[in-house]
Design a protein around this ligand. Structure first.
Ligand SMILES: N[C@@H](CCC(=O)N[C@@H](CS)C(=O)NCC(=O)O)C(=O)O
Length: 215
């Protein structure tokens, strides 16, 4: 049985596991209270960030890498186009861009908003991070004006990566998405596996509920 440590970006992993029908258990990790005493988790990821997984003898961090691992070892199935599929380049590009170009830069803004002294909250770096997010979002918009999903006409794991990033930007920095992205999120988040993952991730569910009406 796969153990998933932590929600946050662990939601991507839970959603993928639900899509793939793989059994797993969620082990909560509290990053803000008593992390230093959570020896079980720190043995898995001494760097102390989430998500992480344990699958037999395998321990991994980085949500996108975990998704690629799960698809390669327990799949791939329809969520990962094969290299000879015309959708493969866009799939790989947006699978990674969801974190590297979208959620990652937003993280810098969120951390600054939460942790930085008041006088340092609107600094050059957060402006730069926002401009990186917006420029990559332009590529998402261009693709979604051509196809229903981010790598073509079929839902793939890249949609899990990008959907998480767009919702993350909405919920954390109140980023106002355009009509194309909002229509896309309506399609991806209507999936039964998204709903099951949400039901299994209480912190994410509570967070979303607390945001209701603020999107
Ligand atoms: N690139 C990583 C980012 C992981 C990340 O930033 N996780 C956040 C929660 S979603 C976290 O643990 N932050 C605390 C820290 O980095 O120390 C991934 O995709 O898994």
């Amino acid at each position: 049985m796969i153990t998933l440590y932590g929600e946050g970006r662990g939601f991507r992993v839970a959603w993928l596991l639900e899509e793939m029908g793989l059994p797993y258990r969620l082990r909560q990790v509290d990053l803000l209270n008593g992390l230093e005493n959570d020896t079980e988790f720190l043995a898995v990821n001494p760097a102390g960030f989430i998500p992480a997984i344990v699958d037999g003898d395998t321990m991994m961090v980085e949500s996108i890498a975990i998704m690629e691992y799960l698809l390669a070892t327990h799949g791939p199935g329809p969520l990962a186009p094969a290299p000879n599929d015309a959708a493969f380049p866009a799939y790989l590009q947006f699978l990674h861009m969801g974190e590297a170009g979208l959620a990652g830069p937003v993280n810098a803004i969120v951390a600054t908003k939460i942790l930085a002294p008041q006088a340092e909250q609107n600094n050059w770096t957060t402006g730069w991070a926002l401009s990186v997010f917006k420029s990559r979002l332009g590529l998402v918009t261009r693709q979604l004006s051509l196809t229903s999903y981010i790598a073509g006409d079929d839902f793939t794991a890249a949609d899990i990566s990008v959907t998480y990033a767009l919702e993350f930007a909405q919920r954390t920095i109140g980023f106002a998405l355009g009509a194309v992205e909002r229509g896309y999120l309506a399609r991806t988040t209507a999936r039964a596996a998204y709903g099951r993952a949400m039901d299994y991730c209480p912190a994410t569910k509570a967070w979303v509920a607390s945001m209701a009406g603020t999107d």
